[in-house]
Design a protein around this ligand. Sequence first.
Ligand SMILES: [Zn+2]
Length: 69
Amino acid sequence: MSIDPVCKKEVDEKNAPGGKVRYWGEVFHFCSEECRKAFRRQPHEYAPEIAEGRGPGYDKARTSETWRT
Ligand SMILES: [Zn+2]
């Protein structure tokens, strides 16, 4: 299980209903599309320890998303 960084619910990473987002090399799984969208808007809010010292927030070039693969 993995923890949805937005709502802190447990999410099955093999079947995450909200898909997943790779952010600075870390993969986050989401319980819903809403949580995924919230994370995309402000990833540094939900993963401050990861974003720290690594430039401004969400960087498309360094972030990849998998949605319902
Ligand atoms: Zn959630």
